[in-house]
Design a protein around this ligand. Structure first.
Ligand code: ADP
Ligand code: ADP
Ligand code: ZN
Length: 206
């Protein structure tokens, strides 16, 4: 099964992708996570990506498309994969059509005015990459799953979040319409408990 997750920053893509990846035994490929790893390791891709991510802008299509193309050719993607955060503009979606065929697109939708709180309250485990929210974990400093250190992403600070939400509206929202026209889009209500959202996704994926 080859699945794409769409949704605004903070909609819950990463949270649901972790659950779906486990349930269906397919790799969870997050372009954001791949960029952040490259930034930590100061690779050439990381150095380019950082200058865009810090400003809340998209990393250029050429870099991102090549990265995904290479990633889905790896052995662990033989039986499928879950893409979280790609494609993020119509040019990426069109390029992607030319190199692979997907089964379903899940668009996680939540009211726009809830996204700022989701993102500024997000804490991410430096070890297992899982996301948590201060509304649930309070001031806990360590990951409830693995004991790793919880961090706040630099791009989750309010000014960068505002920019990312604009970029979503202008560049990523049209990707939903693109897949709707291709008959692949399934909209899921992301404004409910994590388990409920997951149940709805499983109903769609079967
Ligand atoms: P995305 O990958 O779409 O940017 P995340 O999965 O990282 O979003 O979720 C953003 C924040 O919202 C995280 O702090 C996460 O713990 C929290 N979150 C995710 N799903 C829900 C939900 N259904 N209800 C409340 N909070 C959620
Ligand atoms: P979120 O889960 O909050 O939506 P991501 O981790 O997916 O954030 O992405 C973080 C940043 O990485 C984005 O703001 C963007 O700069 C960059 N990025 C991730 N995926 C892509 C992509 N497909 N194309 C261009 N830039 C990307
Ligand atoms: Zn952890």
């Amino acid at each position: 099964m080859k699945v794409v997750f769409l949704g605004a920053p903070g909609a819950g893509k990463g949270t649901q992708a972790a659950l779906v990846s486990k349930r269906y035994n397919i790799p969870h490929i997050s372009t954001g996570d791949i960029f952040r790893q490259n930034i930590n390791n100061k690779t050439p891709i990381g150095i380019v990506a950082k200058s865009y991510i810090d400003k809340g802008q998209l990393v250029p299509d050429e870099v991102t498309i090549e990265l995904v193309k290479g990633r889905i050719l790896q052995d662990d993607c033989k039986n499928g994969y879950l893409l979280d955060g790609f494609p993020r503009d119509v040019a990426q979606a069109e390029a992607f059509l030319s190199f692979d065929k997907i089964d379903a697109v899940i668009d996680i939708v939540i009211p726009f005015d809830k996204l700022m709180r989701r993102l500024t309250g997000r804490r991410v485990c430096a070890s297992c990459r899982e996301s948590f929210h201060v509304d649930f974990i309070g001031s806990l400093q360590v990951c409830p799953k693995c004991g790793g250190t919880l961090t706040q992403r630099a791009d989750d600070r309010p000014d960068t979040v505002a920019k990312r939400l604009d970029v979503y509206t202008e560049q990523t929202a049209p990707v939903s319409r693109f897949y709707e026209e291709h008959g692949l889009l399934h909209r899921i209500n992301g404004d409910q408990a994590i388990e409920k959202v997951f149940d709805e996704i499983v109903k769609v994926l079967g």
